[in-house]
Design a protein. Structure first.
Length: 280
């Protein structure tokens, strides 16, 4: 299909009305901002422009199946408008096998939406979002910084929309919880230091307890990841021929001892490809 579409690149002719729709100024109130300060439009804004300009005479066509590489799903798409090739982009979405709040299908949709945004950028839609002067002016008018906690528990300066009260309330609750945890940890650390400095047996016991606690936490974290990985593999098992499944898994056996992340992802991708082949 691609070979037939390549000669059509750059041959799409737009009407005045289509140009007006596609390249209209961005509605500044529709823009969102991530905690790291990157501004963006929701994917629905791009879909609406394409639909208003071309009706249903457009599509994004996937290049094969999505791939899981490290903790990201990567999925390539072609943009086809009026039967002509208009662009290609790779969408990405962070995905963790142990995240129960995001299924494989949800993550693939995220990668697809990200690809749509990049395809629209490629044909000149909403280019203001990548213009430094526009970004600076928009932030001054619509956004503000605040001290909060990132996904790794680090306290740092983050961004939010000025009118986003829900985000403010959520961040305030998160800050309060983080500060309580820090206070509790400092109190425990103070007690530990006092006992250790006294040279008593209690101090020695506390030292061993702290080390054991840390080792236990690391073990529990590794166990949780392995359990989530095994559950994902078990879901694929019922969708693949048993002989094929056993043949793919054999080099990685025993699976309950497979803790290395790169190997888990490698096996998972191979099983996904086997599943896709079985469905084709």
């Amino acid at each position: 299909m691609l070979q037939k579409l390549i000669p059509t690149c750059g041959t799409i002719e737009l009407t005045k009305e289509q140009k007006k729709i596609l390249y209209a100024p961005v509605n500044e109130e529709s823009i969102e901002i991530r905690p790291d300060g990157l501004i963006y439009l929701p994917w629905t804004e791009y879909l609406s422009r394409l639909r208003n300009a071309f009706g249903m005479n457009w599509a994004i066509v996937p290049q094969g199946m999505p791939k899981l590489i490290d903790d990201f799903i990567l999925w390539g798409f072609y943009l086809v408008i009026q039967g002509k090739l208009a662009g290609y982009a790779i969408g990405e979405q962070e995905y963790h096998l142990t995240n129960k709040k995001m299924s494989w299908g949800d993550a693939c949709e995220g990668a697809k939406s990200n690809a749509l945004m990049r395809l629209c950028k490629g044909i000149g839609i909403s280019l203001e979002l990548w213009r430094p002067s526009f970004v600076k002016r928009w932030k001054e008018k619509y956004a503000e910084t605040y001290w909060g906690t990132d996904n790794h528990g680090n306290k740092k300066q983050l961004w939010r929309k000025k009118s986003d009260e829900k985000v403010q309330q959520k961040q305030a609750a998160t800050r309060g919880k983080h500060e309580d945890n820090v206070k509790k940890d400092l109190e425990e650390l103070g007690k530990f230091i006092d006992e250790a400095m006294s040279g008593t047996k209690q101090g020695q016991d506390a030292s061993h307890s702290a080390i054991n606690k840390e080792e236990k936490a690391v073990t529990q974290k590794k166990t949780r990841k392995t359990v989530g990985f095994l559950e994902s593999i078990e879901q694929l098992k019922s969708k693949i021929d048993p002989e094929t499944f056993n043949q793919i898994c054999k080099p990685y056996a025993p699976l309950d001892k497979l803790h290395e992340r790169t190997k888990q992802v490698e096996l998972y991708n191979k099983l996904r490809e086997a599943q896709a082949f079985a469905l084709s």
